[in-house]
Design a protein around this ligand. Structure first.
Ligand code: HEM
Length: 152
């Protein structure tokens, strides 16, 4: 359960995430690909170059900031992303890599607005969102395996 205080803080960051979203996610991929170059193999790098993947991530992060206390509203977004993650073989152990890169990017871009309070709320919020994806993706991986064994 995410605390009410975290919900309030995350929601209060939504306007600046809307304003600086693209800058944050562009920076996030920069940090992630520099620290973990092997992860590039999973990405369509043309969607990085033309900015479309950073835009998609920024939209998702903003959507989460506004609906953190109403997750059912994000169901179709979560479904689409989770299926894409399974297609590109995203694994649970990769979530901390994205998390630390995203949090660092928020710090870099938001500067003084990224107070300790804001950063700790987003650390908790990211963890909760990562769990939503990890659980959903686990189920999709299991379903895919079941389909394979039926075909045999
Ligand atoms: C809470 C964390 C995450 C969020 C909010 C997120 C968000 C997204 C979004 C919005 C997309 C685009 C989906 C689409 O419309 O096609 C996407 C795709 C993708 N994500 Fe994530 N993601 C997260 C974690 C991760 C992690 C841990 C990895 C591991 C490397 C990852 C790798 C990818 C890849 C490879 C794609 C496909 C991109 C492409 O086509 O180039 N994501 N993600």
């Amino acid at each position: 359960m995410i605390s009410q205080q975290t919900i309030n803080i995350v929601k209060s960051t939504a306007p600046s995430l809307k304003k600086h979203g693209q800058q944050i996610t562009t920076r996030m991929y920069e940090i992630m690909f520099r620290n973990h170059p092997e992860i590039k193999e999973q990405f369509d790098m043309s969607a990085q170059a033309d900015g479309s993947q950073p835009t998609r991530l920024a939209t998702a992060v903003y959507g989460y900031a506004t609906q953190i206390d109403n997750l059912p509203a994000l169901k179709s977004m979560v479904e689409k992303i989770a299926h894409r993650h399974v297609q590109t073989h995203v694994l649970p152990e990769q979530y901390p890599i994205v998390g630390e890169s995203l949090l660092q990017a928020m710090k870099d871009v938001l500067g003084q607005a990224a107070t300790e309070e804001v950063m700790s709320a987003w650390t908790e919020a990211y963890q909760a969102l990562a769990e939503v994806f990890i659980n959903r993706e686990h189920d999709i991986y299991v379903d895919d395996l079941d389909k394979l064994s039926v075909q045999k």
